[in-house]
Design a protein. Structure first.
Lengths: 118, 116
């Protein structure tokens, strides 16, 4: 089974400051990694995903994440945050099926609430 | 672009009542997933369907059942509702497998179920 740990439940930062949201995972098999964002009273929106290849992945809204296999981490970063980035961020993993099938559940971390202050 | 549609968006029920949540996937998406997100919790996988067949099952109570219809929409039926069933229920869909990697799950806005 897979598990995801988001090391910070809340991260307060000031506008235009850099931010890093930490995510570690545990799995006995290869996984795919995702970051989703959830704005208040809304659904989950994909920020970025790592499937293979370059370990540095760029996503929407200026976010990026780096996959580190040896440390089993997939930390999310943004060099300069905006007030509009205030939301809850979820790291998720999905088992990499050997057959490459499309279906497969996501296992989420506990979420990190990012609050950007003016 | 079309998104995943869920209805209703809000639902209030009494204990022991039944509820039906509906999910309409993005056109040409053949896989549907259901997740439950309790207050202050991360989303938990309930069940998924691929080409109208159950493909995976998570922590779904026996009181709940679901199916995917010929038009690929899905319904989650919940009976004998309990206070603890109050949560945000998400549906996600993904398109047919192409290539070597899985496709992204696109989430709907969720149905907020409140059990009184």
């Amino acid at each position: 089974a897979q598990s995801v740990t988001q090391l910070d439940s809340q991260v307060p930062v000031f506008e235009e400051a850099p931010v890093e949201l930490r995510c570690n995972y545990s799995s006995s098999v290869s996984v795919y990694l995702f970051w989703y964002v959830q704005y208040p009273n809304q659904g989950l929106q994909l920020l970025l995903k790592y499937l293979s290849g370059s370990t540095l992945v760029k996503g929407i809204n200026g976010f990026e994440a780096e996959f580190n296999k040896s440390q089993t981490s997939f930390h999310l970063r943004k060099p300069s945050v905006h007030i509009s980035d205030t939301a809850e961020y979820f790291c998720a993993v999905k088992k990499a099926n050997a057959g490459g099938t499309s279906y497969g559940k996501l296992t989420f971390g506990q979420g990190t609430i990012l609050t950007v202050h003016p | 672009a079309a998104g995943v549609i869920q209805s209703p968006r809000h639902l209030i029920k009494e204990k022991r009542e039944t509820a039906t949540l509906k999910c309409y996937p993005i056109p040409r998406h053949d896989t549907v997933y259901w997740y439950q997100q309790g207050p202050g919790q991360d989303p938990q996988f309930l069940i998924s369907f691929y080409e109208k067949m159950q493909s995976d099952k998570g922590s779904i109570p026996d009181r709940f059942s679901a199916q995917q219809f010929s038009d690929y929409h899905s319904e989650l039926n919940m009976s004998s509702l309990e206070l603890g069933d109050s949560a945000l229920y998400f549906c996600a869909s993904s398109r047919p497998f192409q290539g070597s990697f899985p496709d992204t799950q696109y989430f709907g806005p969720g149905t907020r179920l409140t059990v009184l």
